[in-house]
Design a binder for this molecule. Structure first.
Ligand SMILES: Nc1ncnc2c1ncn2[C@@H]1O[C@H](COP(=O)(O)OP(=O)(O)OP(=O)(O)O)[C@@H](O)[C@H]1O
Ligand SMILES: [Mg+2]
Length: 378
């Protein structure tokens, strides 16, 4: 995965680009690898854009030699057949045809009669099947059993796992859970960006995946560690940035990984040698301007009380008691039933999320930092 040619910009914003562009997560990486290598599957939970996908790639790239990591993102799959296609494709690409396990897998795969083609864009292999439901299930089962019987151990990471809830096939989770339980040399990472669905899948006792794996909650990267990392990345590329400017970036972005990366990427791109305070301000202004049309659309979607509540949460950053008299009066929010109703909608629209702080106290925040900064300034 590690690229040999250095990236033009040391703050990638789309995908994992290897450990030199990856900040910290040492404890989490160690913790996850240890769980996996001791036979435990892991469910990774975090609010959006915190770095779940990045952490999965980081961990898979550090597996020991006798382990194989398979990563699939099932967001775009709409049924179990598409799941099978993505799984087979990913394994085919992870096991080079010339290697001994690769040869075995290919012979096995061909016996399942897939259609094999190439991705037009990047030249990687595409494996697909067009089958009836029972055949799909038995093929997934065959592939998993095949992997499990090899002389290596396998980690299969399924990202955007909550998507299986949208499959038309009934109780996919029950079926998958029962298959997975039979495997001896294969463990899983389940991750997903829709927290309420992930919680529903893994935390409710009535669901098949309840207690099927170890839960790992991913929090923010430590402030000072991120600061040192950003300083180091600028230095590596012979550009200067002051500690004060970095502090400002971290505070403006609430140290939320994706937003830190976005702002750093832009600031880095806009700087020839040394980042100035004025450049940072301009970059932040432009970043918000670019998204303004989306924010206006949100505003049109919301009722006035919902909009006022969003604004109030944005200004405060973290709100612990949305129906406290002080919060409601300062922000002119009306009655508490009205606030609660508006809040339910904002959470449903994924504009606001509920989380717990280090002391276990529940709070509310605006999901998208850019939206928070834009709305908070209005
Ligand atoms: N530790 C890290 N150091 C540097 N960049 C990171 C780190 N973790 C993630 N990133 C980058 O931050 C961005 C967001 O991370 P990522 O996509 O992993 O988040 P996510 O939690 O999977 O988000 P979503 O919930 O939307 O799927 C990506 O561009 C990723 O490369
Ligand atoms: Mg992700």
């Amino acid at each position: 995965m590690q690229k040999t040619k250095p990236l033009m910009n040391p703050f990638p914003v789309n995908s994992y680009q290897g450990s030199s562009y990856f900040c910290d997560r040492e404890k989490e990486t160690k913790g996850m690898l240890s769980l996996l290598m001791n036979g435990n599957s892991v469910t990774l939970m975090a609010i959006r854009r915190m770095g779940k996908t990045g952490l999965i790639h980081h961990c898979l790239s550090q597996l020991p030699k006798n382990w194989k990591g398979i990563y699939i993102d099932i967001l775009e799959t709409e049924n179990l057949n598409a799941f099978l296609n993505i799984l087979a494709t990913s394994i085919a690409n992870a096991l080079p045809q010339r290697s001994s396990p690769g040869k075995k897998f290919w012979n096995f795969l061909k016996s399942l009669r897939p259609v094999i083609g190439f991705d037009q864009l990047n030249g990687s292999l595409q494996v697909s099947f067009d089958l009836k439901k029972q055949e799909v299930e038995s093929n997934i089962n065959n592939i998993l059993t095949f992997l499990d019987s090899q002389d290596f151990q396998t980690v299969i990471a399924i990202d955007e796992f909550q998507q299986i809830l949208n499959y038309p096939e009934k109780s996919t989770d029950a079926w998958l859970r029962s298959r997975i339980q039979q495997l001896k040399n294969t463990v899983f990472i389940f991750s997903g960006s829709q927290q309420h669905l992930m919680s529903d899948l893994f935390l409710s006792p009535s669901r098949p995946f309840f207690r099927s794996s170890q839960l790992m909650k991913l929090g923010k990267i430590d402030h000072d560690t991120y600061l040192d990392f950003i300083l180091g990345q600028f230095k590596r590329y012979q550009k200067k940035i002051s500690v004060e400017v970095i502090r400002e970036i971290l505070s403006w972005t609430n140290t939320h990984t994706y937003y830190v990366q976005q702002v750093c990427n832009r600031v880095f791109a806009n700087t020839a040698d040394e980042v100035t305070e004025a450049q940072l301000k301009e970059t932040l202004y432009n970043l918000l301007r670019e998204q303004e049309h989306v924010f206006f659309a949100f505003r049109n979607l919301l009722t006035n009380p919902q909009w006022q509540l969003l604004k109030a949460i944005a200004r405060e950053g973290k709100v612990f008691q949305p129906t406290s008299r002080k919060f409601m009066e300062t922000n002119n929010l009306g009655s508490s039933p009205l606030v609660m109703r508006s809040l339910t909608s904002l959470i449903q629209y994924e504009l606001v999320y509920r989380d717990t702080d280090e002391d276990g106290k529940s709070f509310l925040s605006v999901y998208d930092v850019f939206l928070q900064r834009w709305v908070g300034g209005k």
